[in-house]
Design a protein. Structure first.
Length: 159
């Protein structure tokens, strides 16, 4: 087993409440897209309630959805995001979500078996906003390999 897995957080500010007619197509596709993610090669875990619902978790307020998950590697997540039915839903995101002025998506490596909390994920997003892409917090555009595949860092590897 690899020593690291890839964590990701993305946030989305809804244009309308989740229960509104304007969000109906988004909501009607949630179960299908979540099932697709969970059956995708490389999927490990996603943050959700005991009932399997992630949209009920609103740590950033009633109008903001969060998606936090763990994947085997960058390639697995990219394949799901851009080369599956998820991509079709993503092309419609402007219908349902506000344009985000700041970073809303972040990737980082976690030790194998670790399941990040939302607080941890929010801290990584803040690091990305402050410093841009680094080994501590990065994006698909500028990914970094896990620590075990990089030159050793001096001192602590806590970012």
């Amino acid at each position: 087993m690899p020593p690291y897995e890839l964590a990701q957080l993305n946030i989305a500010a809804m244009k309308d409440p989740l229960e509104s007619p304007g969000m109906a197509d988004f909501v009607s596709n949630l179960d299908r897209i979540n099932a697709l993610a969970e059956s995708s090669p490389g999927f490990v875990w996603r943050l959700q309630t005991d009932q399997g619902n992630a949209t009920n978790l609103r740590p950033l307020g009633d109008m903001t959805l969060v998606n936090l998950s763990v994947w085997r590697d960058v390639e697995s997540l990219q394949t799901f995001v851009y080369k599956s039915a998820h991509a079709q839903i993503m092309t419609r995101r402007k219908e349902w979500f506000e344009r985000m002025a700041n970073a809303y998506f972040v990737l980082w490596w976690v030790p194998y078996g670790h399941r990040p909390s939302f607080t941890e994920a929010a801290e990584r997003l803040a690091v990305l906003k402050k410093n841009g892409p680094t080994p501590a917090a990065f994006t698909f555009r500028q990914p970094f390999p896990p620590l075990s595949e990089r030159s050793p860092l001096t001192g602590t590897d806590r970012y």
